[in-house]
Design a protein around this ligand. Structure first.
Ligand SMILES: CC(C)(COP(=O)(O)OP(=O)(O)OC[C@H]1O[C@@H](n2cnc3c(N)ncnc32)[C@H](O)[C@@H]1OP(=O)(O)O)[C@@H](O)C(=O)NCCC(=O)NCCS
Length: 190
């Protein structure tokens, strides 16, 4: 199973694999400080505790090794400010991957998520057999939708979704970028 790089450096911004239990104090603190910002859209926040964060970190290596979830700490000027993941849902066809992200509220408004997702898109298309990448978000979550829109994704479909987090509307917007679209964008011919 081929994996993306364990670390991706983008000047002041680094995406790096989690380092198991060693990351627990810092990741837990970042989540604690972000709870009210994340709660509207992220179902796992309702269950958040030190134990659930420890469990996420404990399962990280195995999920990375089997290709299910390449989750990176988003590190800005040396501090963890969020998480960005390239993953595959069980129902996702072989050629598809999804990217998810969240930031500490103090790290928003600076293009950090857009830069991180751009780097994960490039990493995804370096993996063999990946022909499209998707971002899925609630249509009411405008900040989230602006990220794929900036990166040349197109609105692929909207589908009913279970309401799992407080602000969710019961629908989700799927954005898609195909390998061919990404290559065209990289060549600069739209
Ligand atoms: C979704 C989320 C990560 C988006 O954060 P964000 O700060 O809006 O996104 P970015 O980091 O890409 O920053 C974009 C902003 O930086 C600005 N910016 C500055 N430099 C930029 C650059 N080089 N590139 C892109 N944008 C830049 C943009 O204009 C934009 O600001 P605006 O929204 O005021 O126009 C954030 O809102 C969040 O954590 N939400 C809660 C969790 C969540 O909903 N996750 C997604 C679930 S599907």
């Amino acid at each position: 199973m081929e994996s993306p790089p364990p670390a991706i450096s983008l000047d002041d911004l680094v995406l790096r694999r989690f380092d198991g239990e060693a990351d627990l104090p810092e990741l837990f603190q970042v989540i604690e400080e972000s709870l009210e910002h994340l709660r509207p859209w992220m179902p796992w926040v309702a269950e958040h505790s030190r134990a659930t964060t420890a469990d996420f970190l404990a399962r990280h290596a195995e999920r990375w090794a089997d290709g299910a979830d390449f989750s990176y700490a988003v590190v800005l000027d040396g501090a963890i400010v969020g998480v960005c993941s390239l993953f595959r849902r069980e129902e996702t066809p072989d050629g598809g991957r999804e990217i998810g992200y969240w930031l500490h509220p103090a790290a928003t408004g600076r293009g950090v998520a857009t830069r991180a997702v751009r780097a994960l898109v490039a990493a995804a298309f370096r993996l063999p057999g990946v022909d499209h990448v998707e971002v899925v978000h609630d249509p009411a979550n405008r900040a989230s939708g602006a990220v794929p829109a900036r990166l040349g994704f197109t609105e692929h479909l909207r589908r009913p979704a279970e309401r799992l987090a407080p602000a969710e509307t019961g629908e989700e917007q799927v954005w898609r970028l195909t390998r061919r679209q990404a290559e065209r964008t990289a060549r600069g011919d739209g």
